[in-house]
Write a protein that binds this ligand. Structure first.
Ligand SMILES: Nc1ncnc2c1ncn2[C@@H]1O[C@H](COP(=O)(O)OP(=O)(O)O)[C@@H](O)[C@H]1O
Ligand SMILES: Cc1ncc(COP(=O)(O)OP(=O)(O)O)c(N)n1
Length: 281
């Protein structure tokens, strides 16, 4: 696969900011984002929005960071370090979503702004444990998705956000259109949870063109953090100035390699792993 260019030793690499929740089990959230970004060769800056109590079998609770502290992390990183792209993950509440949207607009992050924003509208873990208060879905629809350069929901999140049950290509296209109508510049419908074919296809839509990104379906139960890994890889490529279709093609190939390298951890779902990159020549 075509990898992102590495910055020579001693020079400052491209920076990407993740605004998300932590995962104490290290499989998803900010841990997956930072690991992905580091192995993509970019410097990860982090704004913590929530701390989850999480392992391979589920999420037993979370603690929200005050919205003004989340916004202050974003502002101080952008003011001093500067970022080429940003990504949101678990934001937990309406108040945090509103604070993040406001500070992103203030500092020039988001669609039609200098710094592109990948929005992974995290609602729940793969175990079904909530990572977003139900009342915050309106803020996801009306405040967060409208500032997305790219939005990357999984099928469960699409059902919650749009009411559309994606079961085939026609419903996937309808969902991509609905997400675009909410204000995202590009929408992705991820096919990871559509287990009806031998391939896993993600659909990308910009209001005009549908583009498909397919990979063979990897037979693994260790897919924790897959959505974060895809979105973080896309953000890393966008920070290098790649177009959205090229960044999504990169992210799709990247997450496929990470699924192939996934490993057992704990009694539940192990993580997808970017550690294959360390063995790549
Ligand atoms: N078994 C699989 N084989 C190949 N690709 C997969 C598989 N499961 C998920 N993917 C890919 O991983 C990425 C994350 O998808 P998904 O699992 O739907 O997200 P999430 O982790 O948010 O639930 C997508 O690019 C999807 O196509
Ligand atoms: C803190 C935190 N953020 C996000 C997730 C969900 O991760 P994601 O990669 O979207 O999907 P799954 O691994 O749950 O399929 C999380 N669990 N924790």
């Amino acid at each position: 696969m075509k990898l992102l260019p590495l910055t020579p030793d001693g020079q400052t690499p491209v920076r990407v900011l993740t605004i998300a929740g932590t995962d104490s089990g290290g499989g998803a959230g900010i841990q997956a984002d930072s690991r992905t970004m580091a192995l993509c060769g970019v410097h990860a800056c982090v704004a913590v929005a929530a701390v989850t109590v999480q392992n391979s079998v589920g999420v037993s609770g979370f603690h929200e960071i005050p919205p003004e502290t989340v916004a202050a992390q974003v502002r101080c990183v952008v003011d001093d370090i500067g970022v080429g792209a940003a990504k949101t993950g678990m934001l937990a509440s309406t108040a945090i979503i509103e604070a993040v949207a406001a500070v992103c607009t203030e500092v020039g992050i988001g669609r039609d702004q200098p710094v592109p924003l990948v929005v992974d509208p995290v609602c729940a873990s793969m175990h079904g444990d909530p990572l977003l208060h139900a009342e915050a879905l309106d803020a996801v629809r009306n405040t967060l998705i409208p500032i997305a350069t790219v939005v990357t929901p999984n099928l469960d999140e699409i059902r919650l956000i749009t009411g559309i049950d994606v079961v085939d290509d026609a419903t996937a296209r309808r969902a991509a259109e609905a997400l675009h109508a909410l204000g995202a510049q590009w929408s992705i419908v991820k096919g990871g949870h559509l287990r009806t074919s031998a391939s896993s296809t993600d659909l990308l839509f910009d209001g005009d063109r549908f583009l498909e990104f397919s990979s063979p379906r990897i037979d693994t139960g260790n897919d924790h953090g897959g959505g974060d890994t895809l979105a973080a890889a896309i953000a890393s490529a966008l920070a290098h100035g790649w177009s959205v279709p090229d960044a999504v093609a990169f992210g799709k190939e990247w997450v496929t390699k990470c699924l192939e390298a996934s490993y057992d951890l704990g009694a539940g779902h192990g993580p997808v792993s970017p550690l294959w990159r360390l063995r790549h020549p």
